[in-house]
Design a protein. Structure first.
Length: 222
């Protein structure tokens, strides 16, 4: 049974989420504010953490930042704040996904299943292979069409991140948060620099690393 921590300062909303997800087979633990969520996340094992953004004591963004200091448990934001800046802030602080309220409860349950499944699969999978590229996460080695190539640590992690999310677009902000951390203070163009290094190392297979104008980068199978 997947264990989910849900944090929202409104009792009715907490109970609605809890009742629905419990009926769908999740074990649900509740928190009333960001500070309580941080404590429970640090002292318990969860498959997913669901955070509201606007809360007293400690808001969702702050809670996410604190949780990321000690945990890589997936974090999903549920918020009425739906402007582009709000979503980008969420990813900068380290969330894995962001749903804007209102939304059908069925969507919440499906998001939970997808995020948890992807995270568990990525953790268990020691080797990821696609399009002639094989990345061994345990050895931190990469081979292209059978020939091993050398990649620096962050360039290797960039490749793995893109391959694990193949056919999906990752923004520079998402990549920075996942690889450099939420508190990185440098220019986001550092991502572009590592993309160039990665493409050079992959040679002809670099065609699978696509630039999405206004979006970011994506590993495409075609």
């Amino acid at each position: 049974m997947n264990r989910v921590l849900i944090c929202d300062d409104e009792k009715k909303i907490r109970e609605t989420y809890s009742d629905y997800l419990s009926a769908k087979g999740f074990e649900v633990v509740l928190a009333v504010n960001g500070a309580e969520a941080v404590v429970k996340a640090e002292n318990g094992e969860f498959d997913l953490i669901v955070l509201d953004v606007m809360m007293p004591v400690m808001n969702g963004f702050e809670a996410c930042r604190e949780i990321r200091r000690f945990s890589d448990t997936p974090i999903l934001f549920l918020s009425a704040l739906g402007e582009e800046k709000d979503l980008l802030d969420g990813y900068r602080f380290g969330c894995d996904d962001y749903i804007v309220k209102p939304f059908p409860l069925a969507v919440l349950a499906e998001k939970c299943n997808v995020i948890i499944g992807r995270h568990k699969g990525n953790k268990l999978q020691k080797e990821i292979a696609c399009c002639g590229i094989v990345a061994d996460k345990s050895r931190m080695s990469v081979s292209v069409d059978g020939e091993e190539i050398a990649l620096a640590n962050k360039t290797f992690r960039l490749l793995v991140l893109l391959m694990e999310n193949k056919n999906n677009v990752l923004s520079r902000e998402q990549i920075l948060t996942k690889i450099w951390g939420w508190d990185f203070e440098g220019d986001e163009r550092v991502v572009d620099t590592h993309i160039k290094k990665l493409r050079k190392a992959l040679g002809e297979r670099s065609v699978h690393i696509k630039t999405v104008i206004g979006g970011g980068y994506s590993f495409r199978e075609e």
